[in-house]
Design a protein around this ligand. Structure first.
Ligand SMILES: CC(C)(COP(=O)(O)OP(=O)(O)OC[C@H]1O[C@@H](n2cnc3c(N)ncnc32)[C@H](O)[C@@H]1OP(=O)(O)O)[C@@H](O)C(=O)NCCC(=O)NCCS
Length: 163
């Protein structure tokens, strides 16, 4: 069974191990755990869990956001993030949904699945849904279109995809 699980402060080694496999940054999507030691990961989990409880906008750009792990059975496959709301800066670059699949599990259909599941979650949360995909990131563009997205505009080296 493939499903999303919300980040919690008690997440463990399986997630840590996956996050060391996913690069620190790819196509504008960041993995803040890459290169951290285990204690650093535990500290980060606390901050990330607080991020989901945040209310309103901090410093004009830090918005409430929830992190999800994609699991296939017991194995973590990737992760995604939903911003609960957007600022103009995030509307221009970043969007409300980001995701990555661990490299060893790419090209198996999990990218399609994580976008579909994140869009469903974001709808449940009542969040504005906008994906910004860098030109040339064909896999991400396809996954977004397969999940029902449509290209609203192409600008500043990005596709802006609405749902
Ligand atoms: C984008 C990403 C999540 C896709 O994950 P994935 O598990 O490989 O995706 P899937 O296997 O479900 O493939 C999605 C679609 O893209 C296609 N695809 C996959 N890799 C591709 C590639 N390198 N070039 C072109 N198309 C590709 C697949 O055929 C599929 O389309 P289809 O179902 O219509 O045939 C993954 O490559 C990733 O984590 N990239 C780094 C982070 C990133 O770019 N995040 C997105 C930021 S907007």
């Amino acid at each position: 069974m493939i499903y999303l699980k919300k980040l919690t402060v008690s997440d463990g080694e399986d997630i840590y191990e996956m996050m060391q496999e996913i690069p620190a940054e790819e196509n504008g999507f960041k993995n803040p755990v890459y290169g951290k030691n285990y204690d650093g990961y535990l500290e980060w989990l606390k901050k990330a869990a607080e991020g989901a409880e945040r209310v309103g906008i901090v410093d004009g750009w830090k918005v409430p956001e929830t992190l999800f792990w994609l699991y296939d059975g017991l194995r973590p496959i990737g992760f995604g993030k939903i911003r609960h709301l957007l600022t103009d800066a995030l509307r221009a670059a970043g969007g409300s949904i980001g995701y990555a699949i661990r490299p060893s599990e790419r090209k198996k259909g999990y990218g399609n699945k994580i976008v579909e599941l994140l869009v469903t979650e974001a709808r449940k949360m009542g969040a504005e849904i906008l994906l910004t995909v860098h030109n040339g990131n064909e896999a991400s563009l396809k996954a977004a279109l397969n999940a029902g997205g449509r290209i609203a505009k192409t600008e500043s080296g990005r596709y802006y995809i609405e749902f």
